[in-house]
Design a binder for this molecule. Structure first.
Ligand code: KIV
Length: 245
């Protein structure tokens, strides 16, 4: 799985073998420049889901439920689900379990596939005290494991495990019947997810341990625009061939 936020990258990803596109609320940070995913709104998510759905008609699209949309009661949650699904999502992703389990169950019973998200849940960043590996002590292991079991029990089809020790990623993946998708959760989850912009190297300042960069798009874009600017200033762009007669 890889994140996707817009139509042009969706068109590219539509030509790849990647199984699933995630319109993650990380778009608030990556696309809109906010400090955290807390700033993602349903309007933002809906707009980006629709763009991705237009660009990648062949892909399974998962959309993140934005901050607090599952904590304000089932009616608010269902409205958000409706907007994301009608915008073109095939499933939604919800961070956390505990107090949201009954809402998650009702969403699934309404016919909407739900992906869970445990471990480092960025919408709770202020409670977690920053981007830290979760499940490092016994209490954390017990909590994340119990939440994973509970999410499977209410009917989630998959769970993202973010920033947990390899052993915990492996242990949960082995004990569940549903698919786990890891990011910073080691090699033994059933699948992996990365933020597209991170894997293609748009931000040289972001280098978490789990990230592998497959390109240096920051450099490619910077150098391309620099050359274009140089050509315009030098008068070598556009040429006669690049102009209408
Ligand atoms: O919002 C997001 O991009 C995510 C992934 C990092 C799993 O939730």
């Amino acid at each position: 799985m890889v994140t996707c936020y817009d139509a042009w990258s969706a068109r590219i990803l539509n030509t790849t073998d990647v199984d699933c596109l995630l319109v993650g609320d990380s778009l608030a940070v990556v696309m809109h420049g906010f400090e955290s995913t807390v700033h993602a709104t349903i309007e933002m998510m809906e707009l980006h889901v629709a763009a991705v759905a237009r660009g990648a008609p062949n892909k399974f699209i998962v959309a993140d439920m934005p901050f607090l949309s599952c904590s304000k009661g089932v009616e608010v949650a269902m409205d958000a689900v409706q907007r994301l699904m009608q915008a073109g999502a095939n499933a939604i992703k919800i961070e956390g379990a505990s107090h949201q389990l009954s809402v998650i169950k009702q969403i699934i019973e309404a016919g909407v596939p739900v992906m869970g998200h445990l471990g480092l849940t960025p919408q709770s960043i202020h409670n977690l005290g920053g981007h830290k590996v979760q499940g490092k002590d016994e209490a954390g292991v017990q909590k994340i494991t119990a939440d994973a079991v509970a999410l499977e029990a209410v009917g989630c089809f998959s769970i993202v495990l973010e920033c947990v020790p390899n052993k915990l990623g492996e242990c949960i993946s082995r004990s569940l019947g549903i698919l786990t998708i890891g990011i910073g959760a080691g090699p033994d989850t059933n699948g992996q997810v990365l933020v597209l912009h991170d894997l293609i190297g748009t931000n040289p300042d972001f280098s978490p341990k789990f990230l592998r960069r497959y390109a240096n798009v920051h450099e490619v874009i910077g150098a391309s625009v620099q050359r274009y600017h140089g050509d315009v200033v030098a008068g070598s762009f556009p040429t006669v061939e690049e102009s209408y007669g």
